[in-house]
Each structure stands twice: as C-alpha cells, then as structure tokens.
Design a protein around this ligand. Sequence first.
Ligand code: 6GU
Length: 239
Amino acid sequence: MRFHILTLFPEMVMQGLNTSIIGNAVEQNLIEINVINIRDFTKDRHKKVDDYPYGGGAGMVMQAQPIYDAWKSIVAQVGYEPRCVYLTPQGQVFAQGMAKEYAREEDLIFLCGHYEGVDERVLEEIVTDYVSIGDYVLTGGELPAMVMVDAISRMVPGVLTNEESGSTESLEGGLLEYPQYSRPANWNGKEVPQVLLSGDHKKIESWRHEQSVQRTLRNRPELLEEAELSRADVKQILK
Ligand code: 6GU
C-alpha cells in the first residue's frame, strides 16, 4: 500500500514514521510512504503558499494552486485518482473500522492543512474523505496523518507478526484489551493473578475475556452497545 502525504512540514512526517513497526514495514516494501512538500509546487516567485482570507479574519489560508498541482503530480504518477483524505476536526471521527477499510486501498492521499484552513475550492476538487482524529483542535494535519498511517499500516497483511497481531483483537470484538503481566511473579509486593500461572489455558482465556468486559464496562461503556456479548458476558455485567 502506498501513502502519499501532502504537507508543508515534510521533515515532521518523515521523522515520525521511520521507526519501529512502521519503519520495518517500509523496509520490507509492505508499505510505501511518499511525503510531498506542497511548497515545491508553488508558482509564486517568493514560494508563498498562503494568503489572507477573503472577507477578513484571523490567520492565513492555504492557497489552492500549490495543493492542486501537488495532487495532480500524484495522480499522474499512479495513473488514477486515489481516495484523498483531508485531515480536519470537522471530519468524521476516525475509528478502527475505518483503518481496516482504508488498508484495502492501493494508494491513499492525505492532505495536511495548517493555519486557518485550506481554500474550499481545492477541497471540493480533490478531497473524497474528511477525517478527524478526535474532538480537540491541533495546529495541523501532520500528527493526524501519522496517526492514520500507523493505524492503517498495522491492518496491512504482513505488517504485524503473529505475536503483535494478538493486540488487534481488542477493539475489533468491540472490547478493550485485558491486563498483561510479565516477570517477576511478585513485584513491589504485588502478585500476578494466580490464574495466569495455572497453565489452564481454558481458564486463562475466560479470565481474560471477563477482564475485557469489566474494563470496557468501567472505562468505555458506550462500546458495549456494539460489542458481541455472550449470555455469560451479560450475566457478568448484571451481577
Ligand atoms: Cl484531523 N486536524 C486538526 N488540525 N486538528 C484535529 C484533527 C485534525 N483531529 C482532531 N483535531
């Protein structure tokens, strides 16, 4: 899968995505991350990419021309118009199901805005999806783009090893992850739950599932509306 990230701050995006699992996925050619500096496409002789908003008001607006030309260069390179995500707090809130869906795309374009926004006319021309990463305001779309690349990449086949993919289950069955423990069995006077040392894998599995249900109920009760629950789960919740 190829990610194409349109930004005024390419170094920020590149540094954020060259490490750990995502860095490995790039090295193994499972994903490709193509960072494009919008400023490289300005036709302004002072390399300007923004201007004052018509109608007045605070801040600057990113102009249409450099963004459109940068986008066209991607389209020319790949030979079709991939889905184009504009990162904005006005968008649909990103969730695990969307990450899974985006992971099926061959190419995905991200447009990172800055300042007070982007000229609406270029958004109308190129953007197919408006996405937010949550209800708070950030200074630009770079961090949200990195968040999305990470969440989508781990859904691309081969990116996670068998060991890592266990932690995929958490939000997919609609439940939060159960607690984990490692050595030593007693740390600071705190014991690892006995069941985990029992070697009884059936019992361990059902204990972990119970923990997931309890955690979800305590921390994110709204998730239980979508979660797949057994009669035993419901009994546990009601007791
Ligand atoms: Cl996608 N962009 C910005 N600037 N702020 C955000 C956001 C996106 N999602 C949440 N806050």
